[in-house]
Every structure is written in C-alpha cells, then in structure tokens.
Design a protein around this ligand. Structure first.
Ligand SMILES: [Zn+2]
Length: 503
C-alpha cells in the first residue's frame, strides 16, 4: 500500500454532448487489420488526447513507475523497436514499467503501453517480453483500446455512483484506487476476437523484429502456472485473479497457436520468422530486481504486515492471509471475515475537529455507529466503534479503528465479519488491533524486499535444493518452477542459469 495513493478521486464527468461527439463514427480501413469498420471509434487525435490525459492516472493507480531507470530504458527500447515494425511507426509510443507486483500488461489509446514489474519477474527471455509488448501494440493499432474506451466512458458514470456508496460504507471496492476511468478501462477484458487479432498482429511485429513467436506460447504456459499459485494462495485453486493479465487478456493456448498459424498464412512477410529468444541478455537485466512488494509498498512476512516507510506494523490472526495492493492491505479468512488496512484521506482529517469526529462524521458517515470509545494503542491515540451494514452477501458486522500516527497520518483498520462469526473473532481482532505499533529503528533497517538473483545449477542440485534457495514464506517449489518454466518432468542440467528469490 502507498500512503498517498488512497486519495485518487478522479471523477470525470463527461457531458453527454461530448460523449456523442466521441462516438461519431469513422468509416475507414484500419491499416493493421485491413478491416472496414463502421464501429463508432474516436478520432486518432482524440485517442492521443485520451492517452495523454489518462497516462498519469494509470501510473498513480498502479503503484507508480518502477524506479529502475535501466530496466525502464531496456523495455522502452524493445517496445520502440517493435513499434517500428507496426502499421503506426510514426505514433509517439510510450512504454512504461509499473511498480506493481501483479502480472499484467495493458495499453491506452494513442500508443501508451504498460507492463508491470511482476510480469518482468515471470519472463525468462527478451522474446517473451517482446511477445507481450507486441500484443499490446496490436491492441492499439487495431484500435481495440479506442473502442473499449468509448464504451467504458458510457458505463463509468454508473460505476462512479456505486463506488461512492461502497467507500462511504467502508467497503473496499475490488479495484480499489483503480476507480479512475482509465484504470477501469484497462482492467476490462477484451473480446476473444480482439485477442486473436492482437496475437496475430503481435506475432507479425515480433517476428519482423527477429524474435521467435514460440515465446508467446511459452509465456502463456507460465501465466497459467502462475495462475495456479495465485489460486492456491487465495484458497481458490480455480479462481482467476481479477486484475491479472489472464482477465484483461482472456486467451487460451489453442487460440494463441491459431493466431501464430494465421499470422504466417495471412502475412507472407511475417514469415521472416525470427528465432531470437535473448535469454541471457534478459536474465542479466533482471538480476537483482525487486520481487514482490518493495519497501515503499510495505512487506508481508508471515502473519505480519510492515511498512518501513510509514514505520508501522501489525499482525493478523492465524488463518488469515494478507494481500497488499496500492489502495490498501486486505487480510481474509475464507469468506467469513476480512480486515482492511489503509490510511485516512488527509483532507477529511483536516476538516475533522477531532479523531472521534473524523470516525463518526467522515469515515462512518451515514452509518449508525455504536460503542464509540477512545482507546490507546501502544502509545497512539485511537477511536473505535461498531456498526452493522447490509451488503450483497448479507448483513455484516463492522468494527472501525482509526489510529493517530505521530506525524499526521491517521491509519484505519476495518474489521468485517458475518454476524455468526463476530463473537468468535472478537479476541483475535482485539489482538490485531493492539499489535499495531511503530517499528523499531532496527526493524526498519533490517526490512528488506525480496530480489530475483541468478543462480547457475551445480552438480547435485535437485528441484528440492533449488526450491530451498527461495527465501519466500511459502510455495517455494511452485515459484521455483513457474519462474523458470520447470515442470516435475523437466530435467535441469548443470550449468543452467535459473532465477531464485532471496532477501
Ligand atoms: Zn490482449
């Protein structure tokens, strides 16, 4: 979680007249797809404008730009090369690596392409990254991004209203800070036909640039393996991660194979068929790169969440699993209980006359709050209260705890339970509340993110010994396999360069 990112409230009001102008149809042949399209698209000028306007919001909503300039330049260079092989070489393309642990990639109209740091850690060679970037370039050149944007604008007014109710009731929205219009648009999935088209275009661009199209398939296999880990962590083996590339780009292995075949059939010049993977170059680029959350996002270690920049930490009860996002930190136990941690909006804090006034008049505005009391949590002033609300999944008990930090921020813990488990969780939740404390100077100094390191496989190494090198809390073997495309059937010869995760 980032301290400032809680406060993105980009409510964009698009007057209906402007909306009508946006959807004025343009009936011309698309240079990438060759299709005569009668769909209502925005003009290329408007596309660039939308991209320019939304670009900073996307960066904010997805955790900021990854601050490794070398990797940023490396990715921009690959993207720049690929875009020169597209039908829009003259567009000013912008490639951005987001400091986000989710595995995702998306594009805005006007040539803005994003990939996450999480996605970089999963890839094993440059060709896999080229495959992802050229697929995104394909969405732009085929104008899928523009199309999606028009329809999102039309529905977003309704979503904004829903979002406002959700946050007033203290219910975290799925997308969290991604409530900005652009973020909503980029998290929406494309259609299967659009995916096929982008894969075909992607194969065209990457092969023209000399990369092997096989990387598109190999990376997809990795994504599926990664999805299984995510599912295990979420306790739902088959659940697709909502804000993941599998949701934003719904594809299947078969469809990708089909796209590769079609790309070669349709476009004889694509049959340049590159065969470069550039694995060594790629691995040396990401050697030492942060894996998982960084210090500015806060670290999850076992049942503890610590934020060395904010200098605070707390523990959640056994059986709860912590999930960190730019908007908040959520801990869940099955579907029966949820703990949400975030920081209060400083504007509201400034308006409030006291911490108690903030809780009753701002945070719990519109709710009837009972048992409001002032408490002291490890030397910090706090105010707590309880209420009951109605949600889609039935009624829920909530407990709010607002804690006054030393230098201004007010931290918030929200406990949400189904009424039949509220009593049982009373003491564990109390323990969580009173575990909230300032980190010591030594703890702050010793808090380190995980990093990707390269390791050359030695004689005598086994899958188990390689997994043992992973410093992460759990699923070491699964991560070792997915990061290195190793399956139980694969042999890993001595001398192979693999990725491991250390502190
Ligand atoms: Zn796609």
């Amino acid at each position: 979680m980032k301290l400032c990112s809680r406060y993105i409230h980009n409510i964009i009001f698009i007057p209906l007249l402007l909306l009508a102008l946006l959807v004025l149809s343009a009936c011309s042949a698309n240079p990438a797809t060759g299709e005569q399209s009668f769909t209502a698209f925005m003009s290329p000028e408007r596309e660039k404008e939308v991209g320019r306007e939304e670009h900073p919001k996307i960066i904010k909503a997805f955790g900021g730009v990854f601050d490794d300039a070398e990797i940023g330049a490396y990715v921009a260079n690959i993207g720049g090369k690929l875009s020169q092989h597209s039908e829009m070489p003259d567009l000013v393309w912008t490639f951005t690596v987001l400091n986000n642990v989710k595995i995702n990639a998306f594009a805005l109209p006007g040539g803005y392409v994003y990939i996450t740091r999480g996605l970089l850690s999963l890839a094993s060679n440059e060709a896999e990254i080229a495959g992802v970037l050229s697929h995104e370039i394909g969405h732009v050149t085929a104008r899928h991004t523009a199309q999606r944007y028009s329809s999102t604008i039309a529905t977003s007014l309704g979503l904004q209203v829903l979002g406002a109710i959700g946050s007033a009731a203290g219910i975290p929205s799925v997308a969290g800070d991604a409530a900005a219009l652009g973020a909503q648009a980029v998290l929406k999935g494309y259609s299967r036909d659009q995916e096929l088209q982008s894969d075909m275009l992607g194969v065209r661009y990457m092969t023209r640039a000399g990369y092997s199209p096989d990387a598109m398939t190999s990376f997809f296999t990795k994504l599926r393996a990664h999805q299984r880990i995510e599912g295990m962590m979420a306790g739902k083996p088959d659940a697709a991660e909502q804000a993941d590339i599998m949701a934003t780009h719904p594809r299947t292995a078969e469809r990708i194979e089909q796209a590769i075949k079609l790309a070669f059939e349709k476009q004889t010049e694509a049959a340049v068929n590159g065969n470069n993977l550039k694995a060594k170059e790629y691995l040396s680029q990401i050697d030492g790169m942060v894996f998982g959350d960084d210090i500015s996002q806060g670290l999850i270690r076992g049942n503890s969440f610590m934020h060395p920049e904010m200098g605070i930490r707390y523990d959640v009860p056994d059986g709860f699993r912590l999930f960190n996002s730019p908007a908040n930190v959520v801990a869940k136990k099955n579907d029966e209980a949820i703990i949400v941690f975030d920081a209060a909006n400083p504007k509201e804090i400034n308006k409030a006359t006291s911490l108690k006034n903030y809780v009753t008049g701002f945070w719990a505005k519109g709710l009837r709050l009972g048992e409001v009391e002032r408490i002291n949590i490890n030397g910090m002033e706090a105010v707590t209260g309880i209420s009951r609300i109605n949600t889609k999944s039935g009624s829920r008990d909530i407990r709010l705890v607002a804690i006054e930090g030393t230098d201004g921020p007010v931290y918030r813990l929200l406990f949400l339970t189904a009424p039949d488990v509220t009593k049982k969780l009373n003491i564990p939740f109390r323990n969580t509340t009173y575990s909230f404390r300032k980190m010591t100077a030594a703890e702050i100094k010793n808090a380190k993110p995980y990093r990707i390191r390269l390791y050359q496989v030695q004689d005598g190494d086994t899958p188990a010994s390689l997994a043992g090198m992973f410093a992460i809390d759990e699923y070491q073997k699964e991560w070792m396999e997915v990061l290195n495309s190793i399956t139980p059937e694969t042999s890993v010869p001595t001398g192979t360069l693999i990725k491991i995760v250390t502190e």
